[in-house]
Design a protein around this ligand. Sequence first.
Ligand code: ADP
Ligand code: XUL
Length: 531
Amino acid sequence: MSTPRGFVLGLDLSTQQVKAMVLDDELVVLTEVHVHFDKDLPKFSTQGGVHIHEDKLTVTSPVLMWVEAIDLALERLVQSGVDLSQVAVLSGSGQQHGSVYWRQGARKTLRNAAASSPLHLTLQGCFSLDEVPVWMDSSTATECRQLEQALGGAQSLADITGSRAYERFTGNQIAKVYRTWPRAYEDTERISLVSSFAASLFLGDYATIDYSDGSGMNLLDIRKKCWTQRCLDACAPDLAEKLGELVPSHTVLGPVSSYLVQRYGFSPNCQVVAFSGDNPGSLAGMRLQAGDIAVSLGTSDTVFLWLKEPRPALEGHVFCNPICQEAYMALICFKNASLTRERVRDRCAAGSWEEFSRALRATPPGNGGNIGFYFDTMEITPPAVGIHRFNTDDEKVEAFADDVEVRALVEGQFLAKRVHAEGLGYRTEPETRILATGGASSNKDILQVLADVFNVPVYTLDTANSACLGAAYRAKHGLLAASGLSFSAVVRTAPPCQLATWPSQDSAKVYAAMLERFQRLEQTFVGPCRP
Ligand code: ADP
Ligand code: XUL
C-alpha cells in the first residue's frame, strides 16, 4: 500500500504564544516560528497571554487574539521560505480546559471565510463571549460543588470522568457561563475547547473534540468514551448539542479550508487531524513509554505518566491516552510554575537566567535544610496559597538570602512533583527516565536539581517544544493509522531524546530525608480541597 508523503505541520496554541513547526517526511524539523501574544499583539494588553480580573480568580484571554496569532504564525512560516503546498497533513495542541463560544450562525461565516480578508476580521461577530475562560481560572468553586453533589460525591465523579471537580475543568466553566450570562449561552451554537477551536480555523468548519483533551472537562466518561448525560445536565441545558460529537485523537477530520488554500498556498488535499490538549501533545512528542515520567516546565508545570488501567483518585487526573486507544495517562498540574520562577529570578537574580543558574550552582543540594513553598496564586496541587519558608529547625521564617531563595523555589517545586507523583502511584525503578520539556527545560542547572530530587537521569528533546512536535507526530499517525500502523512505528524515524544530566552523588540520601520533611511541612498550611 502506498503511504501519503509530504511535510507535516504541528501547531501549539499555548498560554503565552502560538508555535508552529514544519517537519519533513522523515519527521525532522525544517522550520519553527513563534507568535508571542504580549509582544506581537500588544493591542490586546495581555500579560503572559491572559487577563487576570479584579477578583484574582477569573482569568480569560481574548478569543480574537488567538485567531490573529494563528494567521500571523502562518504568515511567518511563509516568510521563513517553507512551501506550505508540500504539507500533507497537520494537527495541533491547545492549552487544556479553556473554552470558546461560537455564536448562532458562526458556522456559516467560518465555512465561507474569504481569503481576501484576515480571519480575525471575518470572525469578529462570531463569538458570544469575546473574553473566554482559560486553564488558570479558578472562579468556579460553586459550580464544582454542585457537580460533585449531583454525581454523588467527588470520588464518584472522578470514577467516571477521571478527575474530581476542578475549577478550571470545562464543564464547570460552562456552568458558570450559563449562570452568569444565560443569554450569551443561549446564543451559542457550538462550544469548542481551545484545541478544537484552533482545529476549526484550519478546517473551516466546527472540529470535533478528541477523547484525550475531552477528558479535561469533567464531562466525558473516560472508559466508555462518550459524554456523561448526568454531568451535562448538572452543568447547563442542551449541552450535548452545543458540544457535538467526540472522536479518537488520531481521526482525520477532513481537508483544510479554502481560506488556507487560497491565502497561504496549502494543497486542497492537505488533511486536518483532530487537535488535542498540550499535555497529551507532549506525551506524543516525547514518545513517552510505560515506566518513564514526563515533566513539562512551561507556564504551568505538569507531570505525566503512561497508565494501562485508570484508577482515578481525589488528586490528579486520568485522561484518555492520545496515541493508544486502550491506554490512559495520569497528569498532575502545578499552576505556580514559570511565572513564579520569573518573579524570583527578577527579585533575587537580577532578572537573568544566567544569574539564576549561578545561584543554583552556588548552593548545595538540600539547601542547608531550608525549604520553601511558593504559591503566588491559588495552587492546584496542593490547594494552597502564599509563600511559606522553613529553616532547618522547621521554623517559619520571613525571608531567605537571594541564592537560598532561588534554590528553595526550584527544590520546592520538584519535591512537590515527586511527592504528588508518588501519591498517584509513581515509583522510581532502575530503568526510570525523566523526560523533560517546556521552556525551562533549556536550563541545565534547573534540570540538575530535577535529576537530583528524583535520583533519576533526565532526558530532553532537541526542542523544548514537545506539544508542537507531538501535534506533528500525531498528524502523521492520523494519516497512516488507517493502514494499521501504530504510533511508535510512525515516529521511528524521528530523532530520539538525549541524556541531559545524571543525578549527582549523595543526592538520593539528601532528598530522601527532605521528602519526609517536605510532606510534613506541606500539611501545616494546606487547606481542604475546596473552600
Ligand atoms: P507555554 O506553557 O506557554 O507553552 P513554554 O513551555 O514555552 O510555555 O515556556 C515558557 C517559559 O519558559 C517562560 O515563561 C520562561 O519563564 C521559561 N524559560 C525560558 N528560558 C528559560 C531559562 N533559560 N531558564 C528557565 N526558564 C526559562
Ligand atoms: C493541565 C493544565 C495546563 C494547561 C496549560 O491540566 O491545566 O497544563 O494545559 O496549557
